[in-house]
Design a protein around this ligand. Sequence first.
Ligand code: SF4
Length: 231
Amino acid sequence: TPLERLAREVTTCRACPRLVAWREEVALTKRAAFAEQPYWGRPVAGWGAERPRLLVVGLAPAAHGANRTGRVFTGDRSGDWLFASLHRVGLAERPTSEHAGDGQRLVHTRLVAAVRCAPPQNRPTPAERDTCAPWLDRELALVGEHVRVVVALGAFGWAAALGGVRRAGWQVPRPAARFGHGAQARLVRPDGEEVPLLGCYHPSQQNTFTGRLTEPMLDEVLGRAAALATM
Ligand code: SF4
C-alpha cells in the first residue's frame, strides 16, 4: 500500500546529521537491560489504521523505546501509558505494547511522531522539526481525508499537527490555538468536514511520575477522541 511504501522510504532518511548519529550510537551502545536485543536505530514510521478516524501526533521516538523496537510509542513507559489508555477507551485491542510483533492492533487509530528519529534528551531542534515535517505531510496526504479527530501529545505535537494540517490545506484557527491539556480547537478539512484537535499532556515520565498527567486525565481526552472518532 502507499502507506507501506512511505514507511519503507522514511526508514532510509538521513537528513538530520545529529539525529542520525544519535539514533545509531544508541543502537550500538544499547541499555544494559536490552543488551541481548537488536535495536532498530532508524527513523520510525507512522503505525496503526490505514484509514484512521483518529490521528495521534506525538513528539519523537524514545532512544530505548521505538528506536529499539522500530514501532512508534512501543517499548517504553510513555507507550505503556498510551496503549493502556487507548485500550481502556476501546481504541487498542491489547492494554500493553512491547515489541513490533506483539499482536497489538489499533482500532480506527493511527500514531505518528512529529520527528521520526530519536533525539538526545527527547528534544529535537526547530531545524530538525522542520526538516522532518515533509514526512508528516506525506502521511497526512495519504490518511487526512479519513481523519475525524486529531489528538496532539504535548505542545510540540500540537504545533506539528497544526503546521501539518495547515500545509495540507485545512483551515486552522486564527489566531493560533493554544496548547493545553484538554484544549480543543476546530480544524476544517479541505472537504469542509470539521475536525476537532484535542490537546493532551504527553505521557512522558516527566509528566506521569510527577502526577502532572494521571490515568483519568489521559482517559478523559482519549475517551473524548474515541467518542468523536466513532460518532
Ligand atoms: Fe529524516 Fe526525520 Fe529522521 Fe531527520 S528526523 S533524519 S528528517 S526521518
